[in-house]
Design a protein around this ligand. Structure first.
Ligand SMILES: [Zn+2]
Length: 330
């Protein structure tokens, strides 16, 4: 079993390197990059899968982040609809905002050293900001963060872009890109990019995930979340991945996934929003065909049902105000 697993890992790394090399032909002057999943995660998965399912949060916190001053609080995976996933959203369909908050002026998260802690900084790891080797995702990242910042009712916080430079090192706290790392984040939000489906399978145990946002909070010496604002946990860092195994497109359609809708949704998680909306299924009694409808329609609906969500819905805007209306808090 162990040998088989190592063989799988080796295959995974080769696939990853090939993916990168194809992209790199258009982008020169950068170090050679590979994606490696830390042994600690692989070993944990191997052991845990023998006894049952793997809880991703527990896996990360008991391996890579054991004893760290930050811990994973939420792992939000965004999936397309199917009969198996519909049920699991029922208990999380009305979480307006997450239990963690970015804290203004928090010197603990001066990750980029700019000292400007009343804004939120995001960075894109540009070698992987390409979907299907076809779509440059960075302009979309920019416009989707601008949408959250400007299109709602509360324009209180600045969401700033930092330009990635290889001197910043590893853009992920979970995956090893073969770049140096201080062990700290390189920004409040790291948009790692479009990664091979095999990475989603190896780390999250499933390939049918469009994107994932890992949200981290600061913890004290006992491992308990630090709460300095309104009883909310102090957010430390968020990391976002997208799954390059899907067929992406500029717009919703049959057999393709809309880039803007998924990016806007995942960025909502990085800005403290949870899932919102009730999923209803209507089955045609004659044809047996099922039609899915969300009420109300928001980009933070928990599942991607094939419709465009490249805009802020009424609850997206309202919930954003719940999270950011008082920014910066005193
Ligand atoms: Zn989500």
């Amino acid at each position: 079993m162990k040998k088989l697993f190592f063989a799988l890992c080796a295959t995974l790394m080769i696939v990853s390197c090939q993916d990168f090399n194809e992209v790199s032909q258009t982008q020169k002057n950068k170090p050679k990059i590979s994606i490696t999943i830390p042994d600690a995660l692989i070993n944990y998965q191997t052991a845990a899968r023998q006894t049952g399912t793997v809880d991703i949060k527990t896996m990360l916190n008991s391996t890579l982040f054991a004893g760290s001053n930050i811990q994973v609080k939420d792992v939000h995976t965004f999936k397309t609809i199917d009969a198996a996933t519909t049920v699991e959203t029922v208990d999380q369909q009305f979480q307006s905002t997450l239990t963690s908050r970015w804290v203004p002026g928090d010197i603990n998260r001066n990750w980029n050293g700019d000292g400007d802690l009343d804004d939120i900084d995001w960075v894109s790891f540009y070698p992987f900001a390409v979907a299907n080797e076809l779509y440059d995702a960075e302009p979309i990242y920019r416009s989707m963060y601008a949408k959250w910042q400007n299109d709602g009712y509360c324009n209180t916080v600045t969401v700033d872009e930092m330009t990635y430079d290889f001197a910043m090192g590893n853009p992920s706290l979970i995956l090893d890109f073969g770049l140096p790392s201080t062990g700290n984040p390189i920004a409040d939000i790291s948009v790692v990019g479009f990664l091979p489906a095999s990475i989603f399978e190896a780390v999250l145990g499933a390939e049918n995930i469009l994107g994932v946002a890992f949200s981290f909070v600061f913890v004290d010496d006992n491992g308990d979340p630090i709460k300095s604002t309104r009883g909310k946990e102090d957010k430390a860092y968020t990391e976002v991945w997208f799954n390059d195994g899907f067929t992406w497109a500029d717009g919703a359609g049959s057999g393709v996934i809309d880039l803007k809708s998924v990016i806007l949704h995942e960025f909502g998680h990085t800005l403290n929003l949870g899932h919102f909306g009730i999923l209803q299924a209507f089955t045609d009694t004659e044809t047996g065909a099922t039609d899915y409808v969300y009420q109300p329609v928001n980009t933070m609906n928990a599942l991607y049902i094939g419709e465009s969500r490249d805009f802020l819905g009424p609850n997206d805007k309202g919930n954003y105000c719940e999270a950011w209306g008082g920014w910066p808090w005193n």
